[in-house]
Design a protein around this ligand. Structure first.
Ligand code: NAD
Length: 338
């Protein structure tokens, strides 16, 4: 079924939809609220959605979600639905681009959402902050279909993958050969329930767990695990798409890229400074390391949502030029959203 898609004129703010209204989705609405160039008009969670062409009020959305558990209860524009994404795609005919702030549980979830957009005949820009290499590979499998559908899909556009992968791509320019890219992240969140999907997916990276086990864990089981580790998750050699993104961008083989970090689920202060170290050999034969370190005061939400909308803006520019298909954070420069 083809959805009539009314493109907003270029001098109008870009109309944004946010799919998933948990930790990152709510932060996304707050990030967008003061922007001139973007307007959040649509949002969905598991039990409902809200759409308002004049724009959704971030505070009202957050208050409704907190009190009633779904945006479907929003007084103006809220609709309860068990297939909120599908319904919203059909109804929201002014949305230029969606940020997919959804859990990728199971690991095929995001690719299936992309297929829903294709099946509905929707045209526009999609941005995700997906993490696993195997999840990005599934999206690469859809590249031709996305292109034929008139969708510009920007994948791996959060913090890592995302901001740090892009920083690595930039840092690589000083070298004739890249030896290693080492990403180390520190995340501090005051309570895990604000970011359930992020924490479950991180548990799926622990050596004794996989994605299916992490998805099946009850909240009580997650709490019991965090109780044992004093609220800390220590992650090493993660399956993170930074590797495939840097390989596809022609920077280095994926086995030269490593990602690990520490998540503190009981403290908003970062347990360590998030950084990427890019080691290589210059044309003169010198071995050196560039380090890009994020400010400790910046939250995970700031470092994910900022880049996601920067890449969404870049995606809109590509889309307006008729350039569709799949792109990663390592090959496109994000645009700053005013
Ligand atoms: P969350 O658990 O806080 O919220 C998930 C939201 O998605 C909820 O509102 C839920 O209702 C909604 N949802 C779930 N299933 C749905 C469905 N079928 N239809 C519609 N809505 C649905 O999630 P979060 O912690 O904000 O994480 C979101 C994603 O962001 C995760 O996949 C996480 O891995 C990713 N992430 C990426 C980075 C990065 O740097 N790349 C960093 C942090 C998080």
């Amino acid at each position: 079924m083809n959805t009539p898609h009314i493109k907003t004129a270029t001098n109008q703010p870009i109309h944004i939809g946010v799919l998933g209204f948990g930790g990152l989705g709510q932060a996304a609405a707050r990030v967008l609220a003061p922007k001139q160039e973007m307007l959040c008009v649509a949002a969905a969670d598991q039990k409902g959605y809200a759409y308002n062409r004049q724009g959704l009020n971030a505070d009202q959305c957050m208050a409704t979600y907190k009190t009633h558990g779904s945006l479907g209860y929003l007084e103006s524009g809220g609709v309860l639905s068990h297939s909120s994404i599908e319904e919203l795609i059909g109804v929201a005919d002014t949305v230029d681009g969606y940020f997919l702030a959804l859990p990728n549980l199971p690991n095929t979830f995001m690719a299936n959402v992309a297929k829903q957009f294709i099946a509905k005949g929707w045209r526009g820009v999609l941005v995700d902050a997906i993490k696993r290499t195997s999840a990005v590979e599934q999206l690469f499998g859809l590249k031709d279909e996305l292109q034929a559908a008139g969708i510009t899909y920007m994948t791996g556009c959060g913090a890592t993958p995302g901001l740090l992968t892009a920083a690595a791509a930039l840092a690589a320019q000083s070298y004739a050969e890249i030896h290693t890219v080492k990403i180390t992240f520190g995340v501090g969140i005051a309570n895990w329930e604000a970011y359930r999907a992020t924490i479950r997916e991180d548990i799926g990276h622990l050596p004794e767990y996989n994605v299916e086990q992490a998805k099946a864990m009850t909240d009580a089981e997650v709490e019991a695990l965090l109780e044992k580790t004093n609220g800390l998750l220590k992650l090493e050699n993660m399956e993170h798409a930074d590797d495939i993104m840097l390989e596809l961008a022609g920077i280095c083989d994926r086995d030269r890229v490593t990602v690990g970090g520490i998540v503190d689920t009981r403290n908003a202060k970062k347990p360590l400074s998030t950084n990427v170290q890019v080691t290589g050999r210059t044309f003169e034969g010198k071995i050196s390391t560039h380090t890009f370190t994020l400010g400790d005061e910046t939250s995970m939400a700031a470092n994910v949502c900022g880049p996601a909308f920067g890449y969404l803006k870049a995606g809109v520019e590509l889309h307006r030029k008729g350039i569709y298909g799949l792109f990663t954070a390592a090959e496109i420069m994000p645009k700053f959203v005013r």
